[in-house]
Design a protein around this ligand. Structure first.
Ligand code: ZN
Length: 248
């Protein structure tokens, strides 16, 4: 095992309880483009602000058009070696929670139980009523929309939107609290594939460090928090995690 991966394996072996925090980088290795990067979704489309979605039928149509134009890439994406390594650590009881900025559901599909995934930006694999919170499957919504751009309406009359947190929508309170608690309870915090610039999410590694946890950052590009970390690996996530955990 190479030096820095070996060091990571040791830190994992020595910790009492770890938290994994993931961003777009772990899923780009599954072929899901980083929305915020140059060439990503939000450089091609103007993001629909939450207030506009609620106020305007045109904005809702545009939002579903974008969603379904991007759907195939999402549907074809499979969990990769990085996701599998994280799932392995959860199964072994080493990682208590996976806190993620991703909305692709790949942690759950790799075998991490729902209750151990904390989704800070929601989930794009299903929809939710904005009034009553009822979950809705995307398949029938897509059929209706592709036919004649019929917009989904809940039985309660409420607006239905993908279960993601949009620009202009407040962070989910419950998830933020759970992520905070998990961060405070861990002694090893692995920040994986996040540029660590989007606040408040990026505050968690800082919180972990302040709480005397070891901080490991695994990303392709340098981050502003690198100098605060105990170990930094600027390499492919799948190789690093898979190598350290012993998962292919
Ligand atoms: Zn409803």
């Amino acid at each position: 095992m190479e030096g820095d991966i070996k060091r990571l394996a040791e830190m994992i072996g020595e910790c009492r309880r770890a938290v994994v925090f993931t961003g777009a980088g772990i899923s780009t290795e599954s072929g899901i483009p980083d929305f915020r990067s140059p060439g990503g979704l939000w450089s091609r489309y103007k993001p629909i602000e939450f207030q506009d979605f609620v106020a305007s039928e045109d904005a809702r149509r545009e939002s579903w058009r974008i969603k379904f134009s991007f759907d195939e890439t999402m549907a074809n994406a499979q969990p990769n070696r990085g996701h599998r390594a994280v799932a392995n650590l959860v199964r072994r009881g080493i990682v208590s929670h996976v806190v993620t900025q991703n909305v692709d559901g790949l942690h759950q599909r790799s075998g991490v139980p729902d209750e151990q995934v904390i989704e800070l930006h929601g989930n794009s694999t299903y929809a939710k009523c904005l009034s009553c919170g009822q979950q809705h499957n995307l398949a029938p919504i897509k059929d209706d929309f592709m036919r004649d751009e019929t917009l989904p309406v809940c039985d309660c009359g409420g607006l239905v939107k993908t279960a993601t947190i949009s620009f202009g929508q407040s962070m989910p309170e419950d998830e933020m609290l759970r992520a905070e608690q998990a961060t405070k309870d861990c002694d090893l915090f692995l920040a994986v594939g996040s540029s660590l610039v989007v606040y408040p999410a990026a505050g968690f590694p800082v919180m972990a460090k302040r709480n005397h946890a070891n901080l490991v950052i695994i990303t392709r590009d340098p981050t502003d928090l690198d100098s605060a970390a105990d170990l930094v690996l600027h390499r492919e996530i799948g190789d690093v995690l898979g190598g350290a955990v012993g998962v292919n």
